[in-house]
Ligand binder design. Sequence first.
Ligand SMILES: [Zn+2]
Ligand SMILES: [Zn+2]
Length: 201
Amino acid sequence: MQNLDELLKEAEIAHGHLCAGQVLGVRMAMLGCARLGIMDPRGKERKRLVTFVEIDRCATDAIGVVTGCRLGKRALKFRDWGKMAATFVDLESGRAVRISARESSKEAARQLHPELENKNQQQMLAYRELPEEVLFAEEWVRVQLDPREFPGYKGERAICAVCGEGVNFGRYVVRDGKQFCQGCAAPEQRYYQPVENKHSG
Ligand SMILES: [Zn+2]
Ligand SMILES: [Zn+2]
């Protein structure tokens, strides 16, 4: 695996800027891989790792860069818990480690670099330097992955009886022997609502 500086450079390019969250995310992912003994997650070991992230902030992008886990490969799972934490799952051994950033890491950064006024600068530097046990809590966990959650799993695809759009395995709703997409099965719970189309003429 590349070193911290090299990975931070890559994370900066992918994310658009370097920030404290990038540093934390890169170190969290490096630690997760190290605990699982996965040293080349984007190379020859790229099919071993699935990562659950619990927040949609800067660190998540960095975790994707280091692990190579992507939403589009079904290897990155998002659980919107608003927590600076991630669980790294080794599909080969079945082992999984959950790592969370300690709330106290902000205070630790303040103590380490009181000379820096800007909080982001303070944390960016401190998060490079502080030892892992100051920054993170970790625990071994068990993650039960449904077959359809595995990268590469293929199942039958349905056509929604209402909108006619295709829906992947296990994501549709069966009612009275018909298959519906989630949007048509529960229109009031859609994340979007259609607007009236206005035609000019
Ligand atoms: Zn950022
Ligand atoms: Zn539908």
